[in-house]
Design a protein around this ligand. Structure first.
Ligand code: NAD
Length: 299
């Protein structure tokens, strides 16, 4: 397939090379022409503008810093929209904004061009090895058409829903990952200051319930998605005791743990609802109530 690739940075550079390795003919563009050297050396063609690139492509991909650059490259005076021919697919691989992606979807639809949002996750190593998770939003039939191409950049390509859904999934993932780092920082500073070696802590956490990935493999699909908070696997009153003992230890050692303190207060509120003999996942219902939505399986 003739693929146009704009944005040959830390992620886009190796993704474009993997598409070439998979046998596609690439046309490339970047505001830093130097970034294209390995691609041009490997036989890719250069385009002077997004518009010129779009004219020469059946599929257009962008991997740009953020929504501002994506909007400029897509809709700007020399943008993709002025070159793309009807029937072309344009998929943005950047981490951006669902609102901007919906705007692009509507603007390109008038030109007969299909837009997908397809952000990726897995870091530079994943981009080099082709092991990214790709999260796609847009028309499902268009997704099926380009899925084989996207499999050259990521061995995990998933359909998330209508336009914008890929970006929503990516932002939720990054929020969870980034917030979890802050929780780990609290836990490891407490453990080390209280006298346990970091390597020993890592070994313990890797081998225990959290480290075994039970949150993702068991708790979410089998408990939360089914709303089964009454079958007790680990009682709320015991979990409340454990986080209370941990924050007590932190006070003893003068380790600030703001996130653990909030988590403890959420447990206290759930206890006050009379849920002590329910499962320790029951506080999830407080967040569902506050957010006005339930996280249940929808087939
Ligand atoms: P980067 O800054 O290394 O690459 C961006 C590229 O876009 C650069 O080569 C830059 O010159 C080019 N560019 C910027 N504005 C341009 C324009 N107007 N026209 C043409 N080219 C332009 O960034 P990155 O780390 O490769 O990230 C790209 C996207 O992927 C971002 O949205 C980022 O959030 C996301 N992402 C990054 C990682 C990561 O680990 N680096 C992981 C997953 C997703």
């Amino acid at each position: 397939m003739r693929i146009g690739f704009i944005g040959l940075g830390n992620m886009g550079g190796p993704m474009a090379l993997n598409l070439m390795k998979a046998g596609h003919a690439l046309v490339v563009h970047d505001v830093r022409p130097d970034a294209a050297k390995p691609h041009l050396d490997g036989g890719a063609k250069w385009a002077d503008s997004p518009k010129a690139l779009a004219r020469a492509s059946e599929l257009i991909l962008t991997s740009l810093p953020g929504p501002k650059e994506v909007e400029a490259v897509a809709l700007g005076p020399d943008g993709i929209i002025h070159g793309a021919v009807p029937g072309t697919v344009y998929a943005d691989l950047s981490t951006g904004s669902p609102t901007v992606m919906r705007k692009l979807h509507a603007a390109f639809k008038d030109k007969g061009v299909h837009v997908l949002d397809a952000p990726v996750s897995g870091g530079v190593w994943g981009a080099q090895r082709g092991t990214l998770q790709v999260m796609v939003g847009g028309d499902e039939s268009i997704y099926r058409e380009v899925r084989p191409v996207l499999q050259a950049v990521g061995d995990k390509v998933g359909y998330m829903g209508p336009i914008g859904a890929g970006t929503i999934a990516k932002l939720v993932h990054n929020m969870i990952g980034i917030a979890t780092r802050a929780v780990f920082a609290e836990g490891f500073t407490l453990g080390v200051k209280a006298g346990v070696k970091p390597e020993a802590l890592l070994e313990a956490i890797r081998g225990a319930a959290f480290g075994q990935g039970l949150m993702l493999s068991q708790m979410l699909p089998n408990v939360i998605f089914r709303g089964d908070f009454d079958t007790v696997r680990f009682a709320l009153k015991l979990a409340r005791k454990d986080i209370g003992l941990a924050t007590e230890l932190a006070r003893e050692y003068d380790v600030p743990m703001p996130l653990a303190a909030v988590a403890e207060q959420i447990m206290v509120e759930a206890m006050a609802r009379g849920w002590g003999d329910k499962d320790s996942t029951a506080p999830w219902m407080l967040q569902e109530e506050a957010a006005g939505v339930q996280v249940r399986e929808r087939k």
